[in-house]
Design a protein around this ligand. Structure first.
Ligand code: GLN
Length: 219
């Protein structure tokens, strides 16, 4: 059984690790960094932070964490990926770097740096299904962010961009124990998304099914 205060790791190879640790603690978890196999083995859930997905992909191999992490995801480890973390969780990536691979597990196609063609960054208050109450939107901060170009039939869309050039694009999804946002709630001092993830870890509501795993794809 998952304890009331679950241990949730933040993959600490690159990216905004500290902000996620603080948000997880505020959200009710015991937050720890994960860089080594033994640390990965000790967590009830994991956050893949924002940063640079190609760099994190490379470091996952260097630290020999890529395969063990793929195995844990396949075994039902709850994972929350923010921005670069969303890319790492996606089964398919468009506009990836040559040879870029993902961990996979989440039946979505993401377009990397999708906002970057129009605007480097974008901010908007958005309702997030299951997370926000009416009239209490989250401040969504997008930084060279991906969006979800396509989501599989079992994936729940939690949020879409409401206005501007990217209006209607999917930016938050959930499938079983996997959660991903294009934006960075950890930098706004709002811990609701992390609290929601801590609750997911507590209830361990099972692994997604029929997950083919990460693929390589560039456009
Ligand atoms: N553009 C980055 C990538 O491709 C993601 C940016 C971010 O995490 N803020 O990985």
């Amino acid at each position: 059984m998952t304890p009331a205060r679950p241990t949730i790791g933040v993959l600490a190879l690159q990216g905004d690790v500290r902000e996620h640790l603080a948000a997880l603690e505020a959200g009710g978890a015991h937050a720890v960094t994960v860089r080594r196999l033994a640390e990965l083995a000790a967590v009830d859930g994991l956050v893949l932070p924002g940063g640079e997905s190609t760099t994190i992909d490379r470091l996952l191999r260097t630290f020999e964490l890529r395969e063990p992490l793929r195995e844990r995801i396949a075994g039902g480890l709850p994972v929350y990926g923010s921005c670069a973390g969303m890319i790492l969780l996606a089964d398919r990536v468009l506009d990836g770097a040559p040879d870029q691979e993902t961990l996979g597990g989440l039946d979505i196609t993401v377009r990397r740096n999708a906002f970057g063609r129009q605007v480097e960054s974008w901010e908007e208050d958005l309702p997030l299904e299951g997370v926000t109450a009416a009239g209490e939107d989250v401040r969504a901060v997008f930084i060279r962010a991906p969006w979800v170009e396509e989501a599989g039939p079992d994936v729940r869309v939690l949020a879409r961009v409401g206005s501007g050039p990217a209006a209607g694009r999917i930016v938050a999804v959930r499938h079983g124990g996997l959660l991903a946002t294009s934006f960075h709630p950890e930098i706004t001092g709002d811990d609701r998304v992390h609290r929601y993830f801590v609750e997911m870890v507590r209830s361990q509501d099972g692994p997604p099914v029929d997950r083919p795993g990460g693929t390589t794809s560039t456009e």
